[in-house]
Design a protein around this ligand. Structure first.
Ligand SMILES: C[S@@+](CC[C@H](N)C(=O)[O-])C[C@H]1O[C@@H](n2cnc3c(N)ncnc32)[C@H](O)[C@@H]1O
Length: 266
């Protein structure tokens, strides 16, 4: 974990050294993002999209260079920039390596009476090389129970033309719409750092796209959510941020996460 601009830090890393890169850059909110204690990072872009995309381009190029052949990039954005950045990222990663547009849906926060409440972020998922990428199906929630039959052992199934369709005991496979609550104002995860993401979001990403022991990197690490979850799940981790506050919060947070003593596989 170090203090520094993502570009400088990325340039100092070896080719193909990262198994997963999660990037959660400023969202072009055109505001200074602050805690009650004061300014933390400046998200104003007087040059608009041109300036924002010029900032992201070299960092995405570096992300591609740093990814292992089986690696993946999750690029976290929202409605303001995602459509512009998608075109840029396709150019850099190749549209054939684009795997998913993940909608992270949440319900908390304000509402407007002038447009539909904006209650999702978008994560663009790219493989360095589609087909060679690590991908472990995640399961969450429960199946519809209407019309289910039960076999002699009590296992639920559905009758189809091909025979019995049994349901996976761990629930349905996750789709590209993720219902994960935003951190509540009183969540014990909260560090006070602006734009902090929930650990459950990073847990799904890390479990899907890495194996234990692999290297997870986050070059806009903020409060250190990615690194803390990676440590808890027994992955190696590396990150940086340009803000002193971020580095302080992340270091403190990492100290409180016990090292994982899990076996070699999840
Ligand atoms: C959206 S926040 C990341 C929040 C983080 N995912 C979390 O859960 O706490 C974006 C971060 O990018 C950092 N940042 C902005 N410009 C940067 C740059 N050029 N290099 C590295 N970090 C930068 C900001 O300081 C801020 O912490």
């Amino acid at each position: 974990m170090c203090l520094g601009d993502a570009l400088t830090v990325m340039r100092s890393q070896d080719d193909t050294s990262c198994d997963l890169i999660y990037l959660d850059p400023p969202f072009m909110t055109q505001r200074v993002q602050a805690t009650q204690a004061g300014a933390v990072f400046d998200d104003r872009w007087p040059g608009g999209f041109r300036e924002y995309l010029a900032f992201l381009r070299p960092r995405l190029e570096q992300a591609r260079r740093l990814l292992a052949q089986s690696g993946s990039l999750y690029l976290h954005l929202d409605w303001r920039t995602v459509h512009y950045v998608k075109c840029l990222a396709d150019e850099i990663f190749g549209i054939e390596n684009f795997l998913n547009e993940i909608v992270w849906s949440y319900r908390t926060g304000g509402r407007s009476d002038r447009w539909f409440a904006r209650k999702h972020d978008t994560l663009l998922l790219y493989a360095k090389q589609a087909g060679r990428h690590v991908f472990h199906v995640q399961r969450n929630g429960s199946f519809r129970t209407d019309g289910l039959l039960y076999d002699d052992t009590g296992r639920p199934y559905k009758k189809t033309r091909k025979g019995r369709l049994y349901f996976h005991p761990d629930g349905p496979a996750c789709t590209d719409v993720w219902e994960i609550p935003f951190l509540s104002t009183v969540s014990c995860e909260r560090t006070g750092y602006p734009a902090q993401k929930p650990e459950a979001l990073l847990e799904r990403i890390i479990r899907t796209s890495t194996d234990p022991g692999q290297l997870v990197a986050d070059f806009f690490c903020g409060s250190g959510t990615t690194l803390a979850v990676a440590k808890r799940l027994g992955r190696r981790y590396f990150g940086c941020d340009v803000s002193h506050e971020a580095v302080t919060v992340t270091r403190q947070r990492l100290r409180s996460v016990p090292a994982c003593k899990r076996p070699a596989a999840d």
